[in-house]
Design a protein around this ligand. Structure first.
Ligand SMILES: Cc1cc2nc3c(=O)[nH]c(=O)nc-3n(C[C@H](O)[C@H](O)[C@H](O)COP(=O)(O)OP(=O)(O)OC[C@H]3O[C@@H](n4cnc5c(N)ncnc54)[C@H](O)[C@@H]3O)c2cc1C
Length: 414
């Protein structure tokens, strides 16, 4: 491809799409770049939406991925409020929801799908009531923020990261919070029981009511507005606002309709390539190889969005695919910073380094042969950083050695 004249179209102007556009320029792409996003604002960071933004501690400037002036200055044609509605792989065109100069279609030489994920909806009565919210976009966060004031009653359905972060922010704003979790512990899908117990106890200590093993039967309301969450056992959790945080679904329908392979996300390789050589896919909408673990999976995290944006931009600019990274993620709740590296597949043992009671610790997940697969670190960034290096090197360690704090992380990771 001629780097002077080719046209890269990026569908989805979120963290991955916005980053890919910038990286293409950074890596020397001189052809046209069109970045198409259905939201009305330039690419922004979602992590603060449940944290600083919800608490009113972040500005629009700090939320933005880059200043608005970046896109014209980098000659990136940013089209906002426009949805990509179809892909014609034979003609190499995408169809747009808004009529443009191209008569609603746009030709591409390379197409990058960066369509993200959407909040999973609950198939229950009452989810269409006013005050039943989700948290994915800045518009969602603003709606939630407007409802949170001292004494307001928030019911959070789902004790995952977004639900717990929103609960912590709502407490900071003086709201009364109940978290309703279907499983027997919060973070059941994403964290080990030690970590779940720690966060559960911490939230309770901050005045959050947590209902576990609780099925939601319906959302109930008066005059079209939610007034409570009815549980399967008949109890009613009264609320003024309900946040549904029960996971996210990959936006892979466009790719499916275009005949690209998808398994819970657009299937890509370690260079973000789909099975069409002209089409790449990056970020939350993908299902990707996890080479450390010999598996594929979908990752919903900023580091993954950046890693795959780099992969796609590298390939399009004729550079080698970057070395795969150890997956990682973070979550901030109250004054707790949780950082997770790796994924605890096939692990049989947990080494606890530090003091769980004191809220400064790291949990190392080991396989039967002592390979460290994952580290969950709470207010323990040295352990997190060292853990990432250990995981990348596939190092084997014993539980006793990890738990011995007289051995430094530097020694452990060496
Ligand atoms: C509240 C919240 C808190 C989070 N906290 C953390 C955290 O602490 N740490 C962390 O690592 N990750 C966190 N994440 C996850 C992280 O934000 C995502 O992994 C990241 O945004 C993924 O980037 P993406 O570009 O793939 O998707 P997105 O950022 O969702 O962007 C996709 C964009 O594509 C647009 N789009 C979709 N379909 C179309 C279409 N057909 N045409 C045009 N545009 C379309 C969407 O509107 C959206 O703007 C959080 C997410 C949320 C929602």
């Amino acid at each position: 491809m001629n780097q002077q004249s080719g046209h890269v179209v990026i569908a989805g102007a979120g963290h991955a799409g916005g980053s890919a556009a910038a990286m293409l320029r950074q890596f020397g792409w001189q052809g046209a770049i069109t970045l198409i996003g259905e939201e009305p604002i330039p690419p922004y960071q979602r992590p603060p939406l449940s944290k600083a933004w919800l608490k009113g501690e972040a500005t629009a400037e700090s939320l933005a991925l880059r200043p608005a002036s970046f896109y014209p200055s980098a000659t990136i044609d940013l089209r906002l409020g426009v949805r990509v509605t179809g892909i014609d792989r034979a003609a190499k065109t995408v169809t747009l929801s808004a009529e443009g100069a191209e008569g609603g279609t746009l030709p591409y030489d390379y197409l990058i799908l960066a369509l993200g994920a959407r909040a999973r909806r609950l198939p229950l009565p009452g989810t269409d009531l006013g005050g039943v919210l989700e948290l994915r976009s800045v518009a969602d966060a603003d709606q939630l923020k407007a409802a949170l004031h001292p004494g307001a009653r928030l019911a959070v359905i789902g004790g995952g990261y977004i639900g717990l972060e929103a609960a912590a922010s709502a407490r900071a704003l003086g709201a009364e919070v109940t978290v309703i979790e279907r499983e027997s512990r919060v973070l059941a899908r994403v964290a080990c029981p030690i970590l779940s117990d720690f966060f559960q106890a911490f939230h309770r200590g901050q005045g959050v009511t947590i209902e576990v093993d609780a099925q939601v039967a319906a959302l109930e309301g008066v005059d079209g507005r939610v007034t409570g969450v009815r549980l399967g056992d008949g109890r009613l959790i009264p609320c003024d606002v309900a946040l549904v945080g029960v996971g996210a679904v990959a936006n892979d329908e466009l790719a499916r309709a275009a005949g690209l392979t998808c398994h819970n996300g657009v299937a890509v390789d370690l260079a973000a390539r789909t099975d069409d050589p002209a089409i790449f896919a990056i970020g939350d909408c993908t299902s990707r190889p996890l080479p450390l673990y010999d598996r594929t999976g979908r990752l919903e995290s900023v580091p993954n969005a950046l890693e795959q944006a780099k992969q796609a931009a590298s390939m399009i600019c004729g550079k080698p695919a970057p070395t795969p990274e150890v997956p990682w993620f973070w979550s901030d709740q109250y004054d707790l910073r949780l950082q997770i590296a790796g994924i605890p597949f096939d692990t049989t043992e947990i080494a606890v380094r530090g003091d769980v009671e004191a809220g400064t610790f790291a949990l190392f997940h080991l396989t039967a042969d002592g390979t460290v697969q994952a580290v969950e670190a709470v207010n323990a960034s040295t352990e997190f950083m060292g853990g990432r290096r250990i995981i990348a090197r596939r190092k084997r360690l014993t539980r006793a050695r990890i738990e011995d704090v007289s051995v430094s992380m530097q020694e452990l990771a060496a």
